[in-house]
Design a protein around this ligand. Structure first.
Ligand code: THU
Length: 138
């Protein structure tokens, strides 16, 4: 059940990654978010000729989720890098905070390459002692 859920998210992130607009970094990223209600939202990084205006895949997926009226994240998949290179495309610092707005510290963040799962973290591991939406946070 959990494995199937992760596999579906990995496939969704892979499809999103294929649509990334990353002509400057040449580093496409895809993200897939599973919400508490069971829906899946995806996003890709969207870069810009004015480099700082680029948006991460996680931010795109969060935007789609919120726009659809969803607020609670239960699982996240992020995919980046080349097949088999072993590098971990973990969310950037800003996206860790963006995820924390809608996800509890125990939410799993599965970091993937195009071939599949590489490593799983909790959001709390990636962003310890976070300032969360409830204010100061245990
Ligand atoms: N990027 C993401 O979209 N998500 C991550 O988790 C890490 C980095 C993007 C930003 C930029 O478009 C490209 O990857 C290279 O940094």
């Amino acid at each position: 059940m959990e494995d199937e859920e992760i596999a579906a998210l990995v496939a969704a992130a892979r499809a999103a990654m294929a649509n990334a607009h990353a002509p400057y970094s040449m580093f496409p990223v895809g993200a897939a978010i599973h919400t508490d209600s069971g829906r899946v939202f995806v996003g890709a990084n969207v870069e810009n000729a004015a480099y700082p205006q680029g948006q991460c895949a996680e931010a795109s997926a969060i935007g789609a989720m919120v726009t659809a009226g969803e607020r609670r994240i239960r699982r996240v998949v992020v995919m980046g890098g080349k097949a088999g290179d072993g590098a971990l495309c973990t969310p950037c610092g800003g996206c860790r905070q963006r995820l924390r707005e809608f996800a509890a510290p125990g939410v799993p963040v599965h970091v993937c390459g195009p071939e599949g799962l590489r490593r799983t973290f909790t959001l709390g591991e990636l962003l310890p002692h976070a300032f969360g939406p409830d204010g100061a946070n245990p």
